[in-house]
Design a protein around this ligand. Structure first.
Ligand code: FAD
Length: 378
């Protein structure tokens, strides 16, 4: 529950407003023929309605297998029919200024950055002498491990913590989290509530306060953009077999066409993000650690004390978790049955997270224009 109205999430209370296939009545039906998934695994089709979505419907549109895969980077939400839940339209609940701040928000960020405290990598990390790793350095500037502490004025600040042998994987983890933090800050400044006029709009001072002198925070948004685009690109041969579940055949076709366009947006030979240089050779323990820490970030999101912030925080953590799963666990050339299964909720989170980061970059460009205008008129 949220005391601040801006934190509240608008739910869809009338089931008439959602496609029949998503209604509680359908969610509770667990029987039906088996349906095929691109990964090769068969899942239970819950109702004849799901099968009637269109000629190419192959998998369950509603209830997803609840089993956890050890290759998951996020804790899956319980979607099962018995659980209490609300229908929420992400479009009706834009990520924007909510007023959530203070000790609560500070502690959540602090806990999230604390997860960036890794096991030491092997001394002879192959990434340190790999030419590809060096090529990657333009994206991964040298960055010490950071921790949130109180500054002299009592304001929270990031302080360096002593870490030896900081590895590429750890810096990637930090940049994903920092980029997500930047993107959230960008949105709250771009869609800010002027409490005097009651108007919503961009707040240049909010942007300056949060980003001035912190080029790395902006670079981390680009970093996340590259990571997400590459993850979607890696699914380009997988999407054609995937069944979309809007409840409407035409919408399914249109959605598939749009997603395919997105997946094919970058040519294959452009190394926008080279995941192959991470977790090489004997780095299995580090990878496990990386995965567990990301799962912890996903759990920490449950502690966000503002419903709307938690909604978007969870969507985006799951989006990055899915991207990491695709980048590090998914083999484009392997037999589909050997790849981990991707849940519908993971794909929805992935595409929405890419949407958020793209919008952050658009907002950044908008702030640059506002900044130039302000300088011209001063
Ligand atoms: P904070 O953003 O709280 O940052 C704390 C400290 O972290 C800063 O002092 C700085 O040292 C460091 N830091 C800041 N940015 C970065 C970065 N990009 N990389 C590395 N370090 C950084 N508020 C809203 O209005 N709308 C929302 O939708 C919203 N969603 C949120 C979602 C989550 C998961 C959380 C934890 C908070 C959310 N908030 C949201 C609150 C918001 O993020 C800030 O916490 C709040 O606005 C207070 O800002 P602040 O200036 O104190 O610094």
């Amino acid at each position: 529950m949220c005391a601040n109205i801006a934190c509240a999430v608008n739910t869809i209370d009338d089931e008439e407003d959602i496609p029949p296939v998503w209604r509680a009545e359908e969610l509770s039906k667990l029987e039906g023929p088996k349906a095929k998934h691109p990964s090769g695994s068969a899942v239970q089709e819950p109702s004849p309605l799901a099968g009637a979505l269109g000629e190419d419907t192959e998998e369950s549109c509603v209830v997803e297998a609840d089993e956890c895969d050890e290759r998951d980077y996020c804790v899956p939400e319980d979607e099962s029919a018995g659980s209490q839940g609300d229908y929420v339209s992400l479009k009706e609940n834009p990520e924007r200024f909510t007023g959530y701040a203070g000790a609560g928000a500070e502690n959540v960020w602090k806990s999230i950055y604390r997860e960036n405290c890794f096991l030491k990598p092997p001394k002879e990390s192959p990434t340190t002498h790999n030419p590809a790793a060096q090529a990657f350095q333009h994206v991964l500037q040298d960055k010490p491990a950071l921790e949130l502490t109180k500054g002299p004025s009592g304001k929270p600040q990031l302080a360096e913590i002593e870490v030896d042998d900081e590895c590429l994987e750890k810096r990637v983890f930090y940049r994903v989290i920092s980029g997500m933090h930047s993107s959230i800050s960008m949105h709250l400044c771009w869609d800010f509530l002027n409490q005097t006029t009651g108007q919503w709009g961009p707040n240049l001072d909010c942007f300056i306060n949060r980003f001035s002198g912190h080029r790395d925070r902006l670079q981390n948004i680009y970093f996340n953009y590259a990571l997400l685009v590459r993850a979607v690109n890696k699914l380009r041969n997988w999407f054609p077999q995937y069944t979309f579940c809007s409840g409407d055949f035409q919408t399914n076709r249109l959605t598939k066409a749009k997603v395919m366009k997105l997946a094919n947006a970058i040519p294959n030979d452009i190394p926008i993000f080279d995941e192959t240089i991470m977790f090489q050779d004997d780095m299995a323990v580090l990878k496990e650690d990386f995965r567990n820490r990301f799962r912890n970030v996903s759990r920490v999101m449950d502690c966000v004390g503002c419903d709307k912030c938690r909604l978007w925080g969870k969507v985006q953590t799951q989006g990055y978790g899915t991207a990491l799963k695709i980048l590090f666990e998914f083999d484009e050339n392997a037999d589909p049955a050997d790849n981990p299964k991707l849940r519908r909720t993971e794909l929805v989170a992935l595409i929405n997270t890419l949407g958020r980061v793209s919008h952050s970059l658009e907002a950044l460009s908008g702030f640059e224009t506002l900044w130039e205008e302000r300088n011209r008129t001063m």
